[in-house]
Design a protein around this ligand. Structure first.
Ligand SMILES: [Zn+2]
Length: 322
């Protein structure tokens, strides 16, 4: 800190961050007048039938044997080049796009209809007094949620992909509070103080293996799948959602860094801390949430008389259908 109490900002992008007023969307914590309940006034899609996030009710999951292992490409090596961390006024976003010609970070398999290239990742969190995940499990919110946004390689632009139900694939990871800090998040968390204000961006000191941000590799075949939307306006219903069952551990101090370091765009005198930047669960309507082949949850666990993983091999030989 210098004598003026200013941190060093490495790069400030010429981004136009508009204040909460004037037809812009926001979260209730910033201004209830432009919060999630008003988004459909700005964009009708936000009131659609296939909106995200949703509550994942484990009593009503439908297991889909076709939801096997996801193939992760480029998740196990730090790519060359730079990754830019940005406070876009709504979240903290890490841009993952590589230079043309570079190897792509991508996912396929796991029931996805094609190959999807990683574009960016970002987070949704709560406040010192409440959790802030977007998806909920059996009605329970978790402390924080990571979204890694991928575009179907058959589309060239985000705009084009948004026009198709399978245009985008987003991986969602829950966080839970752990005793020990998760050092895999040090680079991102270390960058937060450089993007305290909306519109600020910083090039991270180094790239890293993206897979280190995910749950343990042995748990990645356990996930939930459903058809939904972007969770921010324009709420395009173009997302195949994959939400991992196993949360990622992060310490209370690390969680606190998100809650207390970054700010919403300043509309009044003092900038407001960026908190509770999540959209609440949307109606499932006629949709189903599927559980992957290896997912442990297939019914409400406290009420479930048998562990489903033990039961399945026993039923297997008798339940074959033509
Ligand atoms: Zn998100």
């Amino acid at each position: 800190m210098g004598p003026l109490g200013l941190g060093v900002t490495f790069v400030t992008l010429p981004l136009v961050i508009r204040a909460a007023a004037g037809g812009q969307w926001c979260y209730d914590s910033q201004d209830p007048k432009c919060g999630p309940s008003h988004w459909k006034e700005l964009k009708a899609t936000c009131g659609g039938d296939k909106q995200s996030p949703v509550n994942i009710d484990r009593r009503w999951l439908q297991r889909d044997g076709g939801l096997g292992d996801i193939i992760f490409e480029g998740y196990d090596q730090a790519p060359p080049g730079k990754w830019r961390l940005l406070n876009d006024g709504h979240t903290v976003m890490l841009s993952l796009e590589s230079e043309p010609g570079a190897e792509h970070i991508a996912i396929s398999g796991g029931g996805l209809p094609g190959r999807y290239r990683a574009l960016q990742l970002h987070f949704h969190w709560g406040s010192p007094s409440r959790n802030g995940s977007e998806h909920t499990v059996d009605g329970q919110q978790l402390p924080m949620e990571l979204h890694i946004v991928h575009i179907n390689v058959k589309y060239r632009t985000l705009g084009e992909a948004k026009g198709h139900p399978s245009g985008l694939a987003v991986l969602g990871c829950f966080f839970q509070v752990s005793e020990a800090a998760n050092s895999n998040y040090n680079t991102i968390i270390g960058g937060l103080r450089n993007i305290s204000h909306a519109g600020q961006a910083v090039d991270l000191a180094s790239t890293f293996r993206l897979g280190t941000l995910l749950p343990h590799i042995a748990q990645l075949s356990r996930y939930y799948r459903y058809q939904g939307s972007l969770t921010t306006p324009d709420c395009s219903e173009a997302v195949i959602w994959t939400v991992f069952e196993e949360p990622v551990g992060i310490s209370r101090e690390q969680l606190q860094a998100f809650v207390s370091t970054v700010h919403f765009p300043a509309s009044g005198a003092a900038p407001l801390k960026m908190t509770n930047n999540f959209r609440p669960p949307q109606p499932l309507r006629s949709r189903k949430v599927f559980s992957s082949r290896d997912a442990t949850a297939s019914c409400g666990c406290p009420r479930c008389p048998f562990a489903p993983l033990l039961l399945l091999p026993l039923l297997g030989p008798f339940s074959s259908s033509p």
